[in-house]
Design a protein around this ligand. Structure first.
Ligand code: ZN
Length: 381
């Protein structure tokens, strides 16, 4: 089936993974699933085209000596423990391979008439010139309240009336339980979506005659996943992404979910209450769960669990999940049966995650240690 799981690019904010374990959930889930499939490794994807990143760079005292690209790269490197880069490398949404694919896809979509470069009415901040979009609102770049109407040529997707931006089969899931809320959000986006933005950093659209504009970041996020899939010759990339993040990006990515024979789908995961893991630590002490087993629970089991429990995991579920986890760990066979592994592989390829709640199957899937993504040790600076 050529399925490959790839994380939804994580916004490269000023956090450490030790502080924000939830940010790594999509990366960890993708790695765990690819390992079970026997494919990969795939790169870890990071989203660097953000307004927050523009502002951090503008305000940085060393902005004259450190370039924006370098600042992003340094911030990403700092997320990993020294000397342990991910086995599949790192790919950002402005990497040359992503930019090249973005221009190729955009030019093709323009030729086919799916996208257009047309004069569009937008608002510009009167103070800094940031394009605030079709609707007037306070500037998100400088905070100024005032904006002025302006018409300029932009890359847009005018979708014909009745075109769905998101459908049931855009989700990689065994049971086609449509995420209603997400479908509703996607159906309520404007008929014209602007796919070019004012940013200091991004994939420049100057080759299309749009000087000073970059490709819309959510569109770029989808193309980064396609670029990672192409590198691994995977025809069915599946992007692991939180449901609320998918709601923000799916509509803008709609024109960019297919390329040649490749088709991108979403695997949604629910929230994991990592902020409440102090209680979990005490539970582990009471039940004599070793620190290694706790780490594996946090870094391997919970991310997989969150793909099954899409409504989100609650801290109240921790004691039950931990007991279940211990039971599965104790049931680990010395040599996994090949029939069970083959069945497990079929489930993972089909997006059927029910196996994480089956103690026998889970027992055969547990790795010796969490891999790939190593958070900084707690307390490190
Ligand atoms: Zn402004």
């Amino acid at each position: 089936m050529n399925v490959l799981y790839i994380n939804g690019p994580v916004q490269n904010g000023p956090f450490t993974v030790a502080e924000r374990l939830g940010k790594a959930a999509g990366i960890r889930a993708a790695e765990a699933l690819n390992t079970l499939l026997g494919v990969g490794p795939v790169p870890h994807l990071w989203n660097t085209v953000t307004l927050a990143g523009d502002l951090r760079h503008r305000d940085a005292p060393d902005r004259d000596t450190v370039g924006r690209q370098e600042r992003e790269e340094r911030a990403i490197a700092a997320k990993y423990a020294p000397g342990t880069p991910p086995a599949g490398g790192i790919l950002t949404d402005t990497a040359p391979v992503v930019a090249a694919l973005a221009l190729e896809m955009t030019e093709r979509l323009l030729r086919e008439g799916a996208l257009a470069v047309v004069p569009a009415a937008v608002h510009l901040c009167v103070s800094c010139g940031h394009m605030t979009g079709a609707v007037a609102h306070a500037c998100r770049a400088c905070g100024h309240q005032g904006s002025r109407p302006h018409t300029r040529r932009l890359l847009v997707w005018d979708r014909p009336a009745g075109t769905q931006v998101l459908a049931r089969d855009d989700f990689h899931a065994h049971r086609a339980r449509p995420p209603h809320q997400l479908l509703t959000i996607a159906q309520n986006v404007p008929e014209q979506l602007i796919l070019s933005r004012t940013r200091d950093h991004g994939i420049s659209l100057a080759p299309l005659g749009l000087d000073g504009l970059v490709l819309d970041p959510p569109a770029g996020v989808h193309i980064a996943v396609l670029a990672a899939a192409a590198r691994s010759n995977a025809g069915q990339p599946v992007i692991t992404v939180a449901e609320n993040a998918a709601a923000n990006i799916a509509a803008y990515g709609a024109p960019f979910r297919r390329h040649d024979q490749t088709r991108l789908r979403y695997a949604l995961h629910g929230r994991i209450p990592y902020a409440d893991t102090a209680a979990l630590r005490r539970l582990c002490e009471v039940h004599r769960v070793s620190p290694e087993l706790r780490e594996l629970f946090l870094a391997w089991f919970l991310p997989l669990c969150s793909l099954h429990l899409r409504a989100g995991i609650t801290a109240a579920q921790f004691p039950g999940l931990l007991k279940f986890w211990r039971r599965a760990h104790l049931a680990r066979p010395d040599t996994p049966g090949s029939d069970v592994l083959a069945e497990l592989r079929r489930c993972v390829a089909a997006g059927d995650m029910r196996w994480v709640m089956d103690v026998r199957t889970l027992a055969r899937a547990i790795p010796d240690h969490a891999y790939g993504f190593t958070p900084e040790p707690e307390g490190a600076t």
